[in-house]
Design a protein around this ligand. Structure first.
Ligand code: NDP
Ligand code: MG
Ligand code: MG
Length: 340
């Protein structure tokens, strides 16, 4: 079994006297900043002028340009979108990276795929909550936490791992458990999980199920409830007690159907496709495509995004959810589950 660190295993004193700059105040940024502050850590925020700047100021933080915040801080956590990080780093963080500072990430993409290459004289580590930012914040206020991964890429001070653990503890993650990994493992498993299972796999499964029922003449509203709405109820059971508890809770008919149909849906061919997806991630092919797509202002991303919004599943879903205000998603990013 992997070693899991909990509050009692971690010495948070390594953060004493250090200033943490949080770059970005979005889904993860606001959660890290507020949790650290309430844990007694000295936190400042680095941003460009705009909405997030106003929000962080309203929340009582000292907000600076990214360059100024990087100059003032000992530990710089980058929580802006992954695709903007290389430019922000080059322009505003790198010039302030004096010896002994720490550069921190919540996802390994830019380090692992060499989009950011830090100087040797700084610590570089990962403190990556395995959950959306708004849950990182909410669970902290409830006395709980979201589990996190830490990884050390560069240890210039000899203290990088202790600082990473302390950071994870002070955002509340060591209440749930902190695991050590590498940038490679975090990046590749994170990309694979969201592509094959959590986001790509699940969206495609839901759409195909919905289309099958509607094409056979069943009412779209019923197809929506059956293939999308109920998924949450099933996943909640899995989350609480694994497949066993989910199967305990459903009817024996549903369980027999599960055993019979599952392997016909996710076949050897599906598994072969998963291995291909993993291989594209490992070889950097996925990263290359995404980096290029961003350089070209996302023509394919935008086209697919538009078409997906108009899928009949989405149209009927919007209408049905209007009548269920209790399931309405918050407009703020991160409450709508972001599976990172
Ligand atoms: P968001 O998109 O929610 O946050 C973006 C923030 O970055 C905003 O405050 C935005 O400010 C700021 N920003 C954007 N561009 C710039 C810029 N040029 N200069 C300064 N600030 C800028 O990001 P996430 O929280 O989703 O992701 C942050 C990191 O956390 C990523 O590495 C991601 O992979 C990782 N992660 C995310 C998870 C999640 O739940 N979302 C889960 C685990 C890891 P403005 O208002 O000015 O645009
Ligand atoms: Mg049913
Ligand atoms: Mg991710």
């Amino acid at each position: 079994m992997a070693k899991v660190y909990y509050n009692g295993d971690v010495n948070e004193q390594v953060l004493e006297g250090k200033t943490v700059a949080i770059v970005g105040y979005g889904s993860q940024g606001h959660a890290h900043a507020q949790n650290l502050r309430e844990s007694g850590v000295d936190v400042i925020i680095g941003l460009r002028p705009g909405k997030s700047w106003d929000k962080a100021t309203e929340d009582g933080f000292s907000v600076y340009s990214v360059r100024e915040a990087s100059a003032k801080a000992d530990i710089i956590m980058i929580l802006s979108p992954d695709e903007h990080q290389p430019a922000i780093y080059k322009e505003s963080i790198e010039p302030e990276l004096t010896a002994g500072k720490a550069l921190v990430f919540a996802h390994g993409f830019n380090i692992h795929f060499n989009q950011i290459v830090p100087p040797e004289h700084v610590d570089v580590f990962l403190a990556a909550p395995k959950g959306p930012g708004h849950l990182v914040r909410r669970t902290y206020t409830e006395g709980a936490g979201v589990p996190a991964l830490i990884a050390v890429y560069q240890d210039a001070t000899g203290q990088a791992k202790d600082i990473a653990l302390a950071y994870a503890k002070q955002i509340g993650a060591a209440r749930a458990g902190v695991l050590e990994t590498t940038f490679k493992e975090e990046t590749e498993t994170d990309l694979f999980g969201e592509q094959a299972v959590l986001c790509g796999g699940t969206s495609a499964l839901v759409k195909a199920g919905f289309e099958t029922l509607v094409e056979a003449g069943y009412q779209p509203e019923i197809a929506y409830f059956e293939c999308l709405h109920e998924l949450k109820l099933i996943v909640d059971l899995m989350y609480e007690g694994g497949l066993e508890y989910m199967r305990y809770s459903i009817s024996d008919t549903a369980q027999w159907g599960d055993f019979q149909a599952g392997p016909r849906i996710v076949t050897d061919e599906t598994k072969a496709a998963m291995k291909e997806i993993l291989s594209d991630i490992q070889k950097g092919k996925f990263a290359k495509g995404w980096i290029l797509e961003n350089k070209l202002n996302r023509p394919e991303y935008n086209a697919i995004n538009e078409a997906e919004k108009n899928h009949p599943l989405e149209v009927v879903g919007r209408e049905l959810r209007e009548m269920m205000p209790f399931v309405k998603a918050s407009k703020s990013k991160g409450v709508v589950a972001n599976a990172k």
